[in-house]
Write a protein that binds this ligand. Sequence first.
Ligand code: DGJ
Length: 734
Amino acid sequence: MTQLTSSGAADTEIAHVNVQNGRAFSLNAFGMNYAFHVDANGELVHDHFGTPAEVQPTEVGPEHISGWATRLTDEKRELPDVGRGDFRLPAIHIRTGAGHTVTEFKYTGYEVVRGKPELEGLPATFGGERDVASVIITLEDEESGLVATLRYSVFPAHNAVTRSYTITNKGGQDVEIKRAASFTLNLDAGEWDMVYLTGDWAREANQVRRRVETGTQGFHSLCGYSSHFFNPFVALVSSDTTETSGPAYGLSFVYSGSFAVEVEKFVSDRVRANIGLHPLHLDWKLAPGESFTAPESVAVFSNHGLGGMSRSFHRLYRDHLSRSEWTYRPRPVLLNSWEGMYFDFDAEKLYTKAKDCADIGIKLYVMDDGWFGVKHPRTGDHAGLGDWVPNPDRFPNGLDDLVSRATSLSVHGSDQNLKFGIWVEPEMVNPQSELYEAHPDWVLHAGRHKRTEQRNQLVLDLSRRDVQDYLIDAIGSVLASANISFVKWDNNRAMHELPSPSTAHAYMLGLYRVVDSLTRRFPHILWDGCASGGGRFDPGLLHYWPQSWTSDNTDGLDRLHIQFGTSLVYPPSSMGAHVSAVPNHQVQRVTPLEFRAHVAMMGGSFGFELDLQALDDGERARVRDIIALSEKVSPYVLGGDLYRLAAPESNYPAALFMMPGGGRGVLLAFCMQARIHRYAPPLFFAGLDRMAAYEIDCKTYTGTDLMHSGLKLHWDARDYQSKVLFVKRLPYDN
Ligand code: DGJ
């Protein structure tokens, strides 16, 4: 519960929020503060974001003795709008009832709240009164009657500030919101780099680092979804910031649809970065009395480089974004049927495979694509999507019969029975389906333009209430029909033809309604996101689902890049990672079983994606050892702090997971390619107590040794080697 503690033009102080004269605000975390004030014209002006500092509001910019720039162009505006002499890219752009797009939002008041108000209908961070404090600022544009309510919250333990806002039309005429970026980061003049994640299907989360130059640079998704191409995240770092030191600002957008990131270094050298909804997928009409909410964005500051920034995101997202009961719970080691069988299965074949799983010690069997469709059976990717009824040829006795038999199998080496999981792709429909035959108007389409198919499928229009209700009902019925413990929710194409630009956002609101309803109805299910791999790995869906499939590329070597990249923002606990067969189905590479497994163990949801019957007896025994080791490593990955000690680009990547308190940890270290007659560089640890002694692989080291002299690992003259070493802090002598 949130609690209103103060309002008005007075000094107010609650834990972590300080207000002076009702006009200067500071949100205070343990390692940073975020400060802004109201200037003489009623504008909200940014003062500071960084290492805690008492900042005197400054209103005077460089003197403009001549030229076109104005004070407003230079000002560090919290909610920059259009017109009135600000020539940088704005956060908001609204066409008012008068027909123009000039607005002047002036401060009218504030409220201070312990805790954090909920964001209705949208995913957001959350927390109790001890975790988070908020200040709500109200601004008004007198001419149009538009009111902006800005919600700022600070999570002191995570050095994070969040912001979302609502625009309410209190005027008498319709307005159109054309642009509504959620967060505006203001940086002083300096040498800044931007870091972000880019990729494609099967090569997600490649890090790009580039200099912020004068002008505008950015990236976006116009796919309707967050996409493989770019992730809704950007870091702004000083040009000398490293993995372990220097200032790093991370902006992460809590949303799963189209988005835009714009970083503008103006001619004055000041930098403004906007992150939020994509303006080409907006144009939202607001009738008198209606409101529009810009989704939440999270801003994190660390003075300990990109590593510090990532750890803040990881802890914040585990503790205050993921609402699943599974966030910290050990995830059952699973086997997913996809790469082992693709579409070629029926109930008996599935049962045989489920028995194999139970015999070898796998705890969860996941049946992937291909189980549904009556008139149009899903025996390939050409038909069936939309018809969420088991295929009677494949399941003559129904789905429940198979699930009951599979979940009666006891798992080798444990006191549990096998669990059963299922794949769905609810947002999609094949034209060859009973659903499309009955409701051709339910798919996204624009007039008489061709409905472009991708993977033989079309996208359902989830902005429609009837479509949402159909999905809640259809998927809910499947989940209620059998003992299902796990759902993989896939989504395998982007949006093409939209009936209107704002349908994209209305779709997302509809999707969140569907997902919210199903996850509330089935809270014990382990929900797993997927979009052709990591095409929707974003904080929006991680609010509802604790994990997501990181990539369809299951090659150990490529996965090192993908998983290290993904960890820039997302907690390792949220990554699904599987051991697949060799030659690898995506890149044909052959790597050792243990190498593939050790890479996959760095994901919170560890499993296999291969045909167990293709393994020989020796390999089966090794799989048992791998399962046992993965269960030992899992708590560290789920709840530990990640230190990326060396990146994949070094050839010797290494990740250290240290449990809270620093007493125990696990190191996963890799040699990607053999380097004959050369030494590997020492592995410099981080996050240890200098004065403490640590035991690794039966040897004792001091924290100082490990952090400053480094661990010298021995690697043979072979490609694809890996080591898993547990780290234990020894008790002090006295
Ligand atoms: C794409 C997913 O990423 C795969 O893992 C698999 O589930 C296929 N879809 C099934 O069609």
